[in-house]
Design a protein around this ligand. Structure first.
Ligand SMILES: NC(=O)c1ccc[n+]([C@@H]2O[C@H](COP(=O)([O-])OP(=O)(O)OC[C@H]3O[C@@H](n4cnc5c(N)ncnc54)[C@H](OP(=O)(O)O)[C@@H]3O)[C@@H](O)[C@H]2O)c1
Length: 244
């Protein structure tokens, strides 16, 4: 054990799903810094290219475990969350351009979230934190209607017909996954918290660029297809007065 670990008491065990990802890697860093024992769930714990950077984090050699977790495999997270006080569910399919959105983006988000929550109930996890997204609340088509609420809070959702019509698959995945999560948590008396980040950019702990960092690089490089999609999004949002 390093010297800081000798004086620091372990605060408990927490699981982070999608541990190799951009946000999850930072979360794991902070949890290790704060003295937690962290169990990171990744699709392939042996894949050094994706998860190797986690072993370089301070405290990792003493308090990090990497275990297997696949969103669409029933019960896949049972081992990952067993004995955990808390679970941060950050795994999701992030690619925006998909040939089969249901299989590749919606199912992992919706069925995968319930799969993780089911394991949490079995393991009697005290609290689950789900990374939802501002995409689950910000796409509205009702703002022109009289009395429509323009503030975004817990009572507001993005419009499912709007996201379906404009093929905003990621947003649809985040709305439906969060809604399923709340239903499941209510039915099983699970303590659930959701966080709704917007567009998170910053240094990547992984040598691989995050999806959002790639977007920024593509914008700087003048990637025409990305700029075209952003223009379309901007036009749609102007039409519906979304204030983006
Ligand atoms: N980044 C942002 O700006 C932002 C904004 C709002 C919300 N969020 C939310 O925050 C969370 C993390 O986002 P991120 O930017 O950190 O994404 P990310 O870097 O793409 O990480 C996603 C993680 O999910 C894993 N994953 C994908 N499909 C999986 C599957 N079928 N089974 C198991 N694991 C799977 C990936 O594993 P592999 O490495 O094996 O692919 C990866 O580790 C997501 O829920 C996202 O919706 C992010």
């Amino acid at each position: 054990m390093g010297s800081s670990d000798q004086t620091q008491q372990c605060k408990g065990t927490v699981c982070v799903t999608g541990a190799s990802g951009f946000l999850a890697s930072w979360l794991i860093k902070h949890l290790l810094d704060d003295g937690y024992h962290v169990r990171g769930a990744v699709r392939d714990p042996e894949n050094h290219e994706k998860a190797g950077h986690l072993w370089a984090l301070p405290g990792a050699s003493e308090r990090l475990e990497l275990v297997k977790g696949e969103l669409l495999t029933e019960g896949s997270y049972d081992a990952a969350v067993a004995g955990c006080d808390g679970v941060f569910h950050a795994a999701t399919a992030m690619d925006f351009v998909k040939s089969d959105p249901k299989t590749e983006m919606l199912d992992p988000a919706i069925l995968g979230t319930v799969n993780v929550l089911r394991s949490c109930v079995k393991a009697k996890v005290k609290r689950v934190v789900l990374t939802s997204s501002s995409a689950a609340v910000r796409y509205r088509d009702d703002l022109e209607q009289p009395g429509a609420k323009s503030d975004l809070d817990e009572s507001v959702w993005s419009s499912i017909p709007f996201c379906t019509k404009y093929q905003l698959w990621y947003s649809l995945a985040k709305i439906l996954a969060e809604q399923e999560a709340w239903k499941f948590a209510f039915l099983h008396s699970l303590d659930l918290v959701t966080v709704m980040p917007s567009y998170v950019v910053g240094p990547c702990l992984s040598p691989q660029l995050s999806k959002t960092a790639k977007d920024v690089v593509n914008l700087l490089n003048g990637n025409s297809s990305l700029i075209f999609s952003l223009r379309i999004m901007f036009c749609i949002s102007r039409i519906f007065s979304l204030g983006m």
